[in-house]
Design a protein around this ligand. Sequence first.
Ligand code: NAP
Length: 240
Amino acid sequence: MLNLENKVAVVTGASRGIGRTIGLALAGAGADVVLAARGRDKLRAVAQEISAAGGKAEAIPTDVSQEADVERLFGKIREQRGHVDILINNAGVGAFGLLADISAADFDQVLAVNLRGTFLCSREAMRLMKEKQSGYIINISSSVGIKGYPNQSAYAASKHGIMGLTKSLAVEAQEDGVRVSAVLPGAVNTDLIGDARPDLDRTKLLQPEDVAQTVLFMLSLPERAAIDEIYIRRRGSQPW
Ligand code: NAP
């Protein structure tokens, strides 16, 4: 069984959906989990859910697209915990529709949360992980990190960007003992998918627990083993 006792884990976008479920799973494995998202009340409710189940969690409201917010988040972690072992870059938004109809403001917002947010959190985490010469960063990308679908150009651009960031950082971080991986889920039954793929029957999709289990699997490997990426899709979708 995976034992994450004495490990500090940060999960962004932890107030609902996949991030919430990853937060619960990490806390269930014994990690001290720092939950980050913008929505204060929902975030606190997740922290309370974890505490009620006997786990350790703190909610720190953060907008990952804002440099000052992210610096404050990791500053608090440095002050109160001194280190961070795991970062799950999960916060994400979409702007779905034909490219011809997407506003520049919506495009910028998707890139700001998904890509800039992943950059800012990874940068701050790396500074702490370098000091300890260990750590694990897992970026929640998407099947559109390697594929393209209509109505998803902004979202796909952000997720392809995350793949580039992941690949470069994985090489850079190697000498600091830090592993960097991507998880690329297909459609998952959360609020986000309703906007992205209204054509899909949500009961047949992956569940957030499937992604959380994948993350736990990655973390359960011995330090000598590093995974670059895991692409996980609903069984009914097109293989490869
Ligand atoms: P979701 O239910 O909409 O949750 C998104 C989370 O991100 C929420 O906690 C939200 O909280 C947070 N968030 C949004 N903007 C933020 C910001 N600026 N700063 C901090 N947190 C922010 O979506 P989900 O499906 O669980 O998505 C989680 C991740 O999985 C995303 O990266 C998404 O792209 C990826 N993914 C999803 C699917 C899918 O089919 N659902 C498939 C592949 C990949 P606040 O609004 O309170 O900030």
